[in-house]
Design a protein around this ligand. Structure first.
Ligand code: ADP
Length: 319
């Protein structure tokens, strides 16, 4: 490999910049040229590809978002779109590509690999929902953002003796709600992995009140239902008035935590090593505190398992 590319795709996440920096500098360290592909697969099809020098990735390790921009691209899902992408990769003299993104981006990377162009995937998503890795880049930062919000909301919840519902991101995966709920001392956590039980939730709220709890925090992952819907259900069933906070996109931004910067650096560097061995179709991850690489297909054919021991523990502690 003489020249490799790097792109970010799908939803952005804090720490992607650390990964880009690592790919560029590790590549240069090994004597290969590195090019940045701007705006994900759309930019690839459009040929938005530029050489990256060590200095081009200076002063980004501490920034959220992605210097390479991200995009969603319908055209890339088609044969014609993928052929255009391959043409651009060849035209720009690229021999391999690092794709930083979620499972959708991995599917795209696998499609290119199957067409004979080696790609390696780096998990960048705040959802922590990629099978094969214990952590994804951005999860820790998003989690800390949610915790900060919970702590602030708790002040008001205590002052006014209210029940607050906080809706967090997570359509299919409850990791963010689960970890934030445990770390934020929430009374109830609702995640897509668990069947929603309204009676149990009301029961817990009422028990808490009886034992003198001044306030309650309910964390709901958006995949279960939206916060306002939940508020109506609680009001109808138990006549408990709640306040709703939908955290939304603040969860995706912000300066990455030290952990996400380290993960981004480790994963980006490993991706280059794997690519330089000439291997495509691999995904980078962390398993039991070790950086690993594995068959990328696993990331979108298998199911991500949330750590349900956190769920059980949270229930035990929030009595
Ligand atoms: P994420 O990578 O965060 O999961 P998406 O699911 O939106 O985000 O995927 C990002 C992009 O990856 C899509 O816009 C599309 O260009 C590409 N992609 C997703 N699924 C496929 C697929 N099955 N085949 C080819 N490309 C895909």
């Amino acid at each position: 490999m003489k020249r490799i590319g790097v792109l970010t795709s799908g939803g952005d996440s804090p720490g992607m910049n650390a990964a880009i920096r690592a790919v560029v500098r590790k590549g240069i360290f090994h004597g290969v040229e590195v090019a940045g592909v701007f705006s994900g697969y759309q930019g690839l099809i459009d040929g938005r590809i530029k050489n990256m020098e060590a200095g081009d990735v200076g002063d980004i390790i501490q920034r959220g978002g992605t210097k390479l921009f991200s995009a969603r691209c319908e055209e890339f899902r088609t044969d014609a779109g993928q052929e255009k992408a391959i043409e651009q990769l060849k035209k720009n003299g690229l021999d391999g590509l690092v794709v930083i993104g979620g499972d959708g981006s991995y599917r795209g990377a696998m499609a290119l690999t199957k067409r004979g162009f080696p790609c390696v995937g780096v998990p960048g998503t705040i959802d922590n929902d990629i099978p094969g890795t214990d952590y994804t880049i951005g999860f820790d930062t998003a989690l800390n953002t949610v915790i900060e919000a919970i702590d602030k909301i708790r002040d008001t919840a205590t002052s006014h003796e209210r029940t607050f519902i906080i809706e967090v991101m997570g359509r299919d995966a409850g990791d963010l709600a689960l970890w934030a709920g445990l770390a934020g001392g929430a009374e109830t956590i609702l995640i897509p992995e668990e069947t929603f039980d309204l009676d149990d939730m009301i029961d817990r709220l009422e028990k808490g009140r009886k034992r003198g709890k001044k306030h309650s925090i309910i964390i709901v992952a958006e995949g279960v239902m939206n916060g306002n819907e939940l508020a109506s259900l609680i009001e109808e069933r138990a006549n408990i008035e709640t306040r709703v906070s939908v955290l939304g996109h603040i969860q995706r931004g912000g300066s990455p935590t030290a952990r996400d910067r380290v993960l981004g650096s480790l994963f980006g560097a490993r991706a280059v090593e794997v690519l330089l061995e000439g291997t495509g179709g691999r995904a980078i991850g962390m398993k039991n505190h070790q950086v690993v690489d594995y068959d990328m297909t696993k990331a979108f054919t298998e199911k991500h398992d949330a750590d349900m021991s956190l769920y059980t523990l949270s229930k035990e502690l929030s009595i």
